[in-house]
Design a protein around this ligand. Structure first.
Ligand code: CP
Length: 315
């Protein structure tokens, strides 16, 4: 039995296989509509979510399975003091696989250590968000045709932004990756990510404060929200919250093929006037997350690929 707690839990080859499966599902979703018949996913979300929880649920429903779970700590027995370790022991008897989001870093790892079903980290505090990374890799590979040989600008809250940490670890395994880290001084990437994700692997990177100075160099601009919920001081959040706002004027400086990505939700960091630009792919990215999560569920449950049917239509 395998869990998915960190993008590095899968080798590059295994990740490529998951992405290949996601692409086959995207091409022909009808072929996969019964592969999880009789299976259940528990979505145990101790923190708010729209995309991750609902795309996991859509993924399982698309595969013919069922869903159960809770969407806040308050509506579970965590509110009465139950531990994650006890909760997962119970969930193991109710479902075949569990996607867990928790405000505490490492909570899904604790759950995995006590679980008898696969546990997926659906975001743990400011630490990691590996299924967002799967979604991001699938989006980049589908729209760019490759995962290596590109310059990626990561902009915004690089300190608390868990999607950024997971994406750095995952992309640093591909050849020819260069990062431009764009953040205020106070929100630079944690030293652990810098050391383990970049320096130990000899990845080329630079840190800058002004988006305008580097936007023209980028193949991908990955915007992130300033993570209000992780700040200790309201004043500090208010000072930093509008550090970056990508608008039409700034976007004019980006290359014609630069993809604008964002894990969402956005607050102010991308002006809505950017949404209609063909380079803005963040809504498509969120939709691709369903295929990535369908592929992940099938992989962790070790489900066989259905046979191709004669005369089958593909998208
Ligand atoms: N990208 C992401 O994790 O969004 P949600 O918080 O809505 O799940």
């Amino acid at each position: 039995m395998r869990h998915f707690l960190n993008p590095l839990d899968f080798t590059v080859e295994e990740l490529d296989q998951v992405l290949d499966l996601a692409e086959r599902i995207r091409q022909n979703p009808a072929r996969y509509q019964e592969v999880c018949k009789g299976k259940k996913i528990a979505t145990c979300f101790y923190e708010p979510s729209t995309r991750t929880r609902l795309s996991f649920e859509a993924a399982m429903l698309n595969l013919g399975g069922s869903v159960l779970g809770f969407s806040s700590a308050d509506s579970s027995s965590a509110a009465k003091g139950e531990s994650v370790a006890d909760t997962i022991r119970i969930i193991s008897g109710y479902a075949d696989i569990c996607a867990m989001r928790h405000p505490k870093e490492g909570a899904p790892l604790v759950a995995a250590s006590k679980s008898s079903i696969p546990v997926i980290n659906a975001g743990d505090g400011g630490h990691q968000h590996p299924t967002q990374t799967l979604t991001d890799l699938f989006t980049i590979r589908t729209l760019k045709g490759r995962l290596g040989n590109m310059t990626i600008g990561l902009c915004g809250d690089l300190k608390f932004g868990r999607t950024v940490h997971s994406l750095i670890y995952a992309l640093s395994r591909y050849a020819g990756i260069r990062f431009v880290l764009i953040s205020p001084e106070q929100l630079r990437i944690p030293s652990s990510v810098r050391q383990l994700g970049l320096e130990a692997k000899g990845i080329e990177y630079k840190e800058v404060e002004r988006l305008e100075d580097v936007i023209s160099e980028l193949d991908i601009l990955y915007m992130t929200r300033i993570q209000k919920e992780r700040f200790f001081s309201e004043d500090e959040y208010l000072r930093l919250k509008d550090s970056y706002i990508l608008d039409k004027e700034k976007l004019k400086m980006a290359g014609p093929d630069c993809l604008i990505m964002h894990p969402l939700p956005r607050v102010n960091e991308i002006s809505t006037e950017v949404d209609d630009d063909p380079r803005a792919v963040y809504f498509k990215q969120a939709h691709f997350g369903v295929f990535a999560r369908m592929a992940l569920i099938m992989t962790l449950l070790e489900l066989k690929e259905p046979e191709e049917k004669e005369g089958e239509a593909t998208c």
